[in-house]
Design a protein around this ligand. Structure first.
Ligand code: NCD
Ligand code: ZN
Length: 339
């Protein structure tokens, strides 16, 4: 095959940050994606409609044709009125971070199963929200997602009409939960379906492959890859592209996050071609998300990829520092056809 056409690609989990970093990285997503689910974990988290509106406007000012799908950072302080207001503005995704689980999650939820949170989720269910979860316990790194699965089982049964998304699925043991509960869905990143713990530390520690949830075993990678290349109907692509400046990546308390936004479609095309699954890429990159999140936009976007090598840059300058993209320096077999 010499060219691939993709319609309305969506990135269902994206960190866009703010200020100079936002300006630097946004074009990498807007060049290729029609829209993205924008994560709310800024330094001041997006905890209400007013903040979400302001963030939405900031993004739209830089990229008018891009469709930011805003998320509200779930806290115990959310009232019925706040939830009604969010829905009335079209903000229908709540993002749940267990307190302390990842970057900027200190305002996250301490006890998901307490009475207050149950009341909020009851209202969220009635109003038709989608609940996206950073699914990690505070236990042993490789078991954090697994230990969290019981929360999914509980929430799924208690709120059967609430759509619940297991974000950046990283553990093959989660697949059973995805398949057993009707209202549970998932997003998959490029890195969790192509890399494992050996990439992070098998040949010396590589901070650019350090992310939350942490990369896991070969078996996890392979089973999750299989969900992607078969375009499992309950799974959508969400890059979890999460840029950090090199200085913070190299500090002793290195920040978790992989900046994969540049070259996502080119990389996915190569991966799906390798597994003889190009016919399923459209579903994985767009159709499943439209269906599962009930989306519609005013505009459309068609992307054509051509069989021509391109090279991922070594670094991207930002704020007297730089950001290192995933697989910096690597040559890919597909490039964006800008003609
Ligand atoms: C994300 C970030 O840096 O904001 N980091 C990451 O490793 N994925 C937060 C998150 O999604 O966990
Ligand atoms: Zn994330």
């Amino acid at each position: 095959m010499e060219s691939i056409t993709l319609h309305n690609p969506l990135d269902m989990h994206l960190h866009l940050r703010e200020g100079e970093i936002l300006k630097t990285i946004l074009p990498y997503s807007t060049d290729t994606f029609l829209g993205a689910v924008v994560m709310p974990n800024l330094k001041q988290p997006i905890t209400d409609t007013r903040l979400a509106e302001a963030y939405y406007e900031t993004i739209k000012k830089i990229a008018n044709d891009f469709n930011p799908i805003m998320t509200i950072y779930l806290t115990n302080d959310l009232k019925k009125q706040d939830l009604q207001q969010a829905i009335s503005k079209g903000f229908k995704i709540l993002k749940l971070y267990p307190k302390g689980s990842t970057t900027n999650s200190s305002n996250g939820v301490e006890n998901i199963l307490d009475h207050k949170m149950q009341q909020i989720l009851e209202i969220a269910q009635d109003l038709g929200f989608i609940l996206s979860i950073h699914a990690e316990s505070s236990g042993f790194s490789l078991d954090r997602e697994y230990e969290f699965l019981k929360v999914f089982e509980y929430l799924s049964q208690t709120f059967p009409k609430l759509k619940i998304i297991l974000e950046h699925m990283s553990d093959h043991r989660s697949i059973k939960v995805l398949d057993s509960f009707e209202n549970i869905f998932a997003t998959l990143t490029l890195h969790h379906i192509t890399m494992d713990l050996d990439d992070l530390l098998g040949k010396g520690l590589n901070p650019h492959y350090f992310c939350k949830p942490i990369l896991k075993t070969k078996k996890d990678k392979e089973m999750l890859l299989n969900l992607a290349i078969t375009a499992h109907p309950k799974v959508s692509f969400g890059s979890d592209s999460a840029p950090h400046l090199l200085s913070t990546k190299l500090s002793s308390n290195a920040s978790a996050g992989i900046f994969s936004a540049p070259f996502l479609l080119e990389s996915l095309a190569e991966l799906f071609e390798k597994h003889n699954a190009l016919a399923n890429l459209q579903k994985f990159i767009s159709d499943n998300a439209f269906k599962n999140y009930n989306l519609s936009f005013k505009n459309q976007k068609t992307i054509v990829l051509k069989k021509q090598p391109c090279i991922i840059p070594e670094s991207i300058a930002c704020m007297d520092d730089k950001i290192i993209p995933l697989h910096a320096g690597k040559t890919l077999q597909w490039s964006l056809d800008k003609s």
